[in-house]
Design a protein around this ligand. Structure first.
Ligand code: FMN
Length: 213
């Protein structure tokens, strides 16, 4: 079973933190690419949000391409105690995933899926699947929502189907309600998204008006 210490840590974090804690997870390997720019717009909007007491707002950005972590090695250790055996930078990420009040995840579409970086990150969340469905332990005691931001180059209508399913499964194990997605097609080269001001405004307006708690 999961160690008592760990459970206490999680509860303590949840209680002490009166802040509105927004976690932004960047899944593209391309710095300042299309999805990065959309995420920036989300952040800009949040900072202007009048429903949120700005002094309580804490925004944390996780740039997956900068993390040093291994893919899931399928050791199945998490099926025994709900913890991940692999000791790398993902260990610092788990409390953030547990404690955030809102989550924004971004990824470009790669071969009709999320990026490899984001997929490896999500696979390392198998411990949350084990906790929820095998060990039947809910260590996350807050309701929160999440959004998914993605771009694709091809223009093919169904291109976001697989990424949406993956994000749904990721949110599910973390008790995150899939609130909304922002999916933009025919966006391929680095600054293509700048030619779509409607997309940038849509995200910024959403963030400006968001009510988190
Ligand atoms: C390795 C790779 C695979 C890609 N696969 C697809 C694909 O299957 N379908 C598609 O529509 N676009 C595909 N694209 C295009 C990207 O989704 C598109 O350029 C996206 O806007 C990049 O976002 P970013 O700048 O945030 O990384 C691919 C691009 C790369 C580099």
């Amino acid at each position: 079973m999961i160690s008592d210490n760990k459970i206490n840590d999680i509860n303590a974090n949840n209680k002490i933190n009166n802040k509105i804690y927004v976690l932004m997870i960047y899944g593209s390997p391309r710095r300042e690419g299309n999805t990065d720019k959309l995420m920036e717009k989300f952040k800009e909007g949040l900072i202007k949000n009048k429903n949120i007491n700005q002094s309580n707002l804490e925004i944390e950005e996780v740039i997956i391409r900068n993390l040093k972590f291994s893919s899931c090695i399928e050791c199945r250790h998490c099926s025994i105690d709900g913890e991940c055996f692999v000791n790398d930078e993902m260990q610092n990420i788990y409390p953030k995933l547990i404690n955030c009040d809102f989550m924004a995840v971004s990824s470009p579409v790669f071969f009709t899926a999320v990026s490899g970086f984001l997929k490896s990150f999500i696979d390392r969340c198998q411990r949350f699947w084990a906790l929820k469905y095998e060990l039947k332990m809910n260590i996350i005691n807050k309701e929160r929502k999440g959004i998914f931001i993605s771009t694709a180059g091809s223009g093919i209508k169904t291109v976001f189907d697989c990424p949406q399913k993956t994000i749904r499964a990721f949110f599910d194990v973390l008790y995150v309600k899939y609130d909304k997605d922002f999916l933009y097609n025919n966006i391929d080269f680095k600054d293509d998204i700048l030619k779509n001001p409607l997309a940038l405004n849509e995200i910024s307006d959403f963030a400006k008006n968001l009510i988190i708690k």
